[in-house]
Design a protein around this ligand. Structure first.
Ligand SMILES: NC(=O)c1ccc[n+]([C@@H]2O[C@H](COP(=O)([O-])OP(=O)(O)OC[C@H]3O[C@@H](n4cnc5c(N)ncnc54)[C@H](OP(=O)(O)O)[C@@H]3O)[C@@H](O)[C@H]2O)c1
Length: 312
């Protein structure tokens, strides 16, 4: 189990910096050392936070970060994976992270204007220079995974995958198995939905991501709460929390699956890490698979603009 750090800088309400840093330190104590960030989180401030929090602890963690956007006026502004831009972005990430190497470097979104071979080639050079150890992609299609992998081995795909978001199952996961690529499911708790501690979209503040997540809106919300009842029922029977069941379900999908639940608090981190000890038998796995099957879940995972960035 890894730790998603995005929420320490954006998306899910205000963060307390001292608690975020304490959460990072507690994660190391618990052996949860696969830390996920990106230049676009903040932007920039999330990498900077990790850099400061990990002073003297760099060799105890695996840092995964991502490149792939332009920035203007402190906001991300379209994709950019041109080779010269990647090289500049990585030097800036290294500086903010206060390290001389990134363990896992992902392209955050496929750039339709830059052939993926050029991206893989550029990262391959960074690997040769010792600035990067492993190469990853995020939300890439099967075609682009194969094309990139032919140039430089892709070690991991980071895409949205959870009990209520199963779009990878038909085409992408079989290819990951075939090419022996790891899967890092992001938003494994459904941005919090699967923990049961959720509200309707309009009850979140203006800058909370979930306000614009169609799955949290109107009739979609009602249908999804109903589907997720199965998670709450199974949790009750196992003296676990619903969020722990959602994470255990992912871990039971195979050794190559490493979820990165996001939190900015020690309490949630400890609960999430403990999910690795939960066993789900075949009957429970099937019950969960069926109860939250795609036809039972309402609403797309992104609004139209953000969906436009997904490579399918
Ligand atoms: N590659 C990409 O495009 C992409 C996109 C999105 C995310 N990510 C990465 O994936 C990571 C995880 O995804 P995510 O953060 O979007 O969603 P997530 O892990 O599904 O859910 C995060 C939300 O769940 C809450 N939460 C966490 N543990 C909880 C618990 N035990 N009980 C109750 N609530 C709990 C968090 O609360 P608090 O915030 O209050 O702690 C936060 O609101 C991110 O941090 C980021 O690193 C990548």
């Amino acid at each position: 189990m890894g730790l998603g750090c995005m929420g320490m800088s954006q998306s899910y309400g205000p963060a307390d910096e001292a608690e975020s840093i304490a959460t990072l330190h507690r994660a190391i104590e618990l052996g949860c050392t696969f830390l996920d960030t990106a230049e676009v989180y903040g932007p920039f401030t999330n990498e900077d936070l990790l850099g400061r929090a990990l002073a003297g602890k760099r060799d105890q963690v695996m840092i995964a970060t991502k490149f792939g956007f332009n920035f203007e006026g402190g906001k991300s502004h379209g994709t950019n994976s041109r080779p010269e831009h990647i090289r500049e972005a990585i030097d800036a990430s290294l500086k903010r992270l206060r390290t001389d190497h990134i363990d896992l470097l992902y392209q955050h979104r496929v750039d339709r204007h830059v052939p993926i071979e050029d991206v893989a080639g550029t990262v391959s050079d960074l690997v040769k220079q010792g600035k990067v150890r492993f190469f990853g992609l995020s939300e890439a299609s099967v075609t682009n995974i194969r094309r990139a992998h032919a140039v430089h081995p892709v070690s991991a795909l980071q895409s949205e995958y959870s009990l209520w978001e199963r779009n990878l199952e038909r085409d992408v996961i079989p290819v990951l198995h075939e090419l022996k690529i790891g899967l890092v499911p992001f938003s494994p708790l459904g941005r919090g939905f699967l923990t049961g501690e959720v509200k309707r979209a309009e009850e979140y503040p203006e800058d909370d991501f979930r306000r614009n997540d169609p799955r949290y809106q109107g009739a979609n919300y009602d249908a999804n709460v109903k589907a997720a009842q199965a998670v709450r029922d199974i949790a009750l029977g196992l003296h676990a929390t619903p969020g722990q069941i959602a994470l255990a379900w992912l871990l039971h999908k195979g050794d190559h699956v490493v979820p990165i639940p996001g939190t900015k608090r020690r309490k949630y981190l400890e609960e999430n890490v403990a999910a690795a000890a939960i066993t789900l038998d075949d009957a429970k796995m099937k019950a969960l698979d069926d109860a939250l099957a795609p036809e039972k879940i309402s609403g797309p995972r992104y609004n139209e603009k953000m969906m436009g960035l997904i490579d399918r």
